[in-house]
Design a protein around this ligand. Sequence first.
Ligand code: ADP
Ligand code: MG
Length: 576
Amino acid sequence: MIINILDKGVSSLIAAGEVVERPVSIVKELIENSLDAGSKRVDVIVQHGGIQTIQVVDDGQGISSAQMALAFHRFATSKLQTIEGLDQIRTLGFRGEALASISAVSDTTMISRPVTQDIGTKIHLIEGDIVNITDQGSPLGTSITVSNLFANFPARRKFLRSPGAESSKIVNLCSKYALAYPDVAWNLTLGGKNKFITPGNGQLIDAFTGIYGVELSENMIPIKNFTGNDINVQGLISSTKINRSNRANIHIFVNGRWISSPLLNQAVTQGYHNLLPERKFPVCVIDIKLNPAEVDVNVHPAKTEVRFLDSSAVFSAVHQSIRQTLIEESGIPTPTTYEVSKKFSENVARSGSFWTSNLKSSENRTTNILESMIQHHTIDTDSQFSHVKVLPLLRVLGQVKNTYIVNEGPDGIYVIDQHAAHERVLYEDFLSGVNTSASQALLDSVVVDLESHLIDSMDSITDLLSDIGFVFEHFGDSSYILRGVPTIFNSSDPKDGFIDVITNLLRENVDDRRDAAVKTIACHAAVRAGKTLSLVEMQELIKSLEICKEPQTCAHGRPTVIHLNSNYLESQFGRR
Ligand code: ADP
Ligand code: MG
């Protein structure tokens, strides 16, 4: 075999393959150049998914006529002078490869004018060769048009998806930059139609509204300014009322650079742990600011992956800031609309007796309310005050449909789902060590038959099951004898509960098995909907919920409390 050095044309095409994979990678490089040039306005105009044309127009510092040709050379950059500079990179580009790579596989025209020139310059290249450079009248800034992508590279063209699919990648990317740079006015046009406009006034929420619309933006919460270990986390996160079925709307930026990071995605989803239903994800814009020397951006040519010097510090900064913000802010869901069904209002109108019977018993009720107030004032004030912020002290008024506990609180009516609330209480008890690993022996041990697919994987979870309080042993090929269950377990049907825990533990995609087991146990042990509770039982339950760390959802993320606030009641009764 003979070793040759590749000629310049071939090597630059190979390099181009790394940077210019598809239209969206070109858009990315061009808007990064616009941002590096200090632009305050960036227009992106795309035809046919970018396969036909991509145009990016900015009002940045421009390029002088003497440097226009140089900008298209490989490793030509104005952003990095020395190797020491690599540690302190604050620009988005620095490799000097993008324009060379893009122009190698397309038909490229750039018009630019810096403030030092009265007239601009236009350069036209076809597949890397300069066709001409001429003077051209131009506003301040740079306009670059990339057409006929991969026209002469059928092998590369083959890998492009449909224009629709390429377009949606472009929308996604431009949204990320518009969110990362709210001080820049963005305008994205696809196939002649405007996709979004942001005002460029520096307010993240306004950029967000431009992209996602008013309704979603009203459900976004600013991250509480969290600063620790020189890591600053800012941004917007969706309230727990909002969820999406995938992670596509979690946008993470490090020093203004969008990154793809499974680790930080995990930090975000863990921040919402138990606050969203399973397999649901939030909408988030998270900007992490830290010393550039703490991040290595030079890992991947497209610069979307980064390495942190101390990744666990970054992880916990993101996780904690989200968690704190949600706990403090999200509170309890309040209904936004409420329609009384026609049937219900007719029934009420007809049955006058409903009101009289209720009035008669009001004397009784008042004493109950007083009793419950007294009980509440004896709550252990050493327990953490912050919890009261989320769930105020409540007075139990009564039970509805043997399922919901209706309460009066400082701002209106609070309706609590008794099963969800009890599940939350038991779950937290278990996690905090109350009842952990305590086991109660069953009076009569029971034989439990397991399906073969469960039997095969039992070995992997026997230690965990024993650890949380199940006492059992093998009995024949496909059975176990169950002799004890966790103390908090509702022992009315230990067999079903045991099978349920095992089934849930062996489901696919269970990240944290212990947590999954505890949730199932809490659910089994919790009081069912439909069970009549005495006033004292209800008061006990509410009292325990009040001191929970996260009282607003059950262990599986469903709400425990619905709040009908005074404003809402007044507006529904026409008092305002
Ligand atoms: P890099 O961005 O890594 O420096 P590029 O190939 O993307 O490399 O660009 C080469 C050079 O061209 C940049 O360093 C910059 O000086 C100049 N340039 C490119 N695009 C613009 C723009 N929109 N406005 C001003 N200068 C630009
Ligand atoms: Mg660049």
